[in-house]
Design a protein around this ligand. Structure first.
Ligand code: DX5
Ligand code: ZN
Length: 213
C-alpha cells in the first residue's frame, strides 16, 4: 500500500523545505483543490500546483473538490497532475469527465462524500483508475475518521476481486496509525495529512503508518 501525502496544511512560506523533508519517504503528493462552493473552504489553484511541481519528483494526485471539474481539468493537467480525481456529486455526466481526463493520457479517479452510497459508483467501476472514499466531510484536514467508510472500502475490494477490475482503492480523511488498521486490508492507497504534516516527527509517523501496511 502507498501513502499519498496531503499537503493542505503544510507551511506554504517554506514549501521547498517542507517538501524536501518527504522526498525519500513519500512518492505521491495529494493536492486538495477547494473552490468554496462544492466545499466550505478555498485552498489553491493550478498555478500553485505548477510552481511546486518544478521543484520535485513526486507523483501528483490531484483531488478536485470543486463544482465544475470539466472547466479546470486541463489547467490541472498542464500543472503536472498524474492523477485527477473528481466528485461524483459534482457532475451530471460522470462518463464524460472520466473520458476527458483520459484524453490527456493521465489517470482518472472518482470520489464520494460520506453521505453518498458506495453502490452509486458501480456504473463507473470498469472505467476509473482510482476510487477515493472520503472518510471525513471534505473541506478541512484534521477531522475525525468516520467508521462508515470501512464498509465502503470493503465492498469496493470485493467487487474489484469478483469482476477483476483494476481501480486502486483509496481513502481520505482522519487516517493515522490507529484508524488505518480497520481499512488496511482493503486499500491500495491511503491519503494522509495532519497525522504526518502536523506532527513534530513526521518521518517517524510515516514509519509508524508503514508498519501497518
Ligand atoms: C479533506 C481533504 C483531505 C485532508 C486529509 O477535505 O480531502 O485530503 O486534507 O487530511 P487529514 O489526514 O488531516 O484528515
Ligand atoms: Zn483530499
Amino acid at each position: 500500500m502507498e501513502i499519498s501525502l496531503s499537503i493542505l496544511n503544510i507551511d506554504y512560506n517554506h514549501i521547498e523545505e517542507e517538501l524536501r523533508k518527504y522526498k525519500n519517504d513519500i512518492k505521491y503528493l495529494h493536492l486538495d483543490i477547494m473552490d468554496g462552493h462544492f466545499v466550505p473552504n478555498i485552498s489553491f489553484g493550478p498555478s500553485v500546483v505548477k510552481s511546486i511541481h518544478k521543484e520535485n519528483n513526486f507523483i501528483y494526485d490531484t483531488h478536485l473538490m470543486i463544482s465544475d471539474p470539466m472547466k479546470y481539468i486541463k489547467d490541472f493537467v498542464e500543472a503536472g497532475s498524474d492523477y485527477i480525481t473528481f466528485h461524483l456529486e459534482a457532475v451530471d455526466n460522470v462518463n464524460e469527465v472520466i473520458d476527458y481526463i483520459h484524453s490527456f493520457g493521465i489517470k482518472a479517479g472518482l470520489s464520494i462524500k460520506p453521505n453518498t452510497k458506495v453502490e452509486e459508483l458501480i456504473p463507473y467501476l470498469s472505467q476509473v483508475d482510482l476510487i477515493l472514499i472520503m472518510s471525513v466531510e471534505p473541506g478541512f484536514g484534521g477531522q475525525k475518521f468516520m467508521e462508515s467508510s470501512i464498509d465502503k472500502v470493503s465492498k469496493l475490494k470485493q467487487w474489484k476481486e469478483e469482476k477483476e477490475y483494476s481501480y486502486l482503492i483509496s481513502i481520505d480523511g482522519g487516517i493515522n496509525d490507529k484508524t488505518i488498521q480497520s481499512v488496511v486490508p482493503y486499500l491500495d492507497w491511503a491519503v494522509v495529512g495532519s497525522y504526518i504534516t502536523a506532527s513534530e516527527n513526521p518521518l517517524e509517523n510515516i514509519q509508524l503508518l508503514k508498519h501497518n501496511l
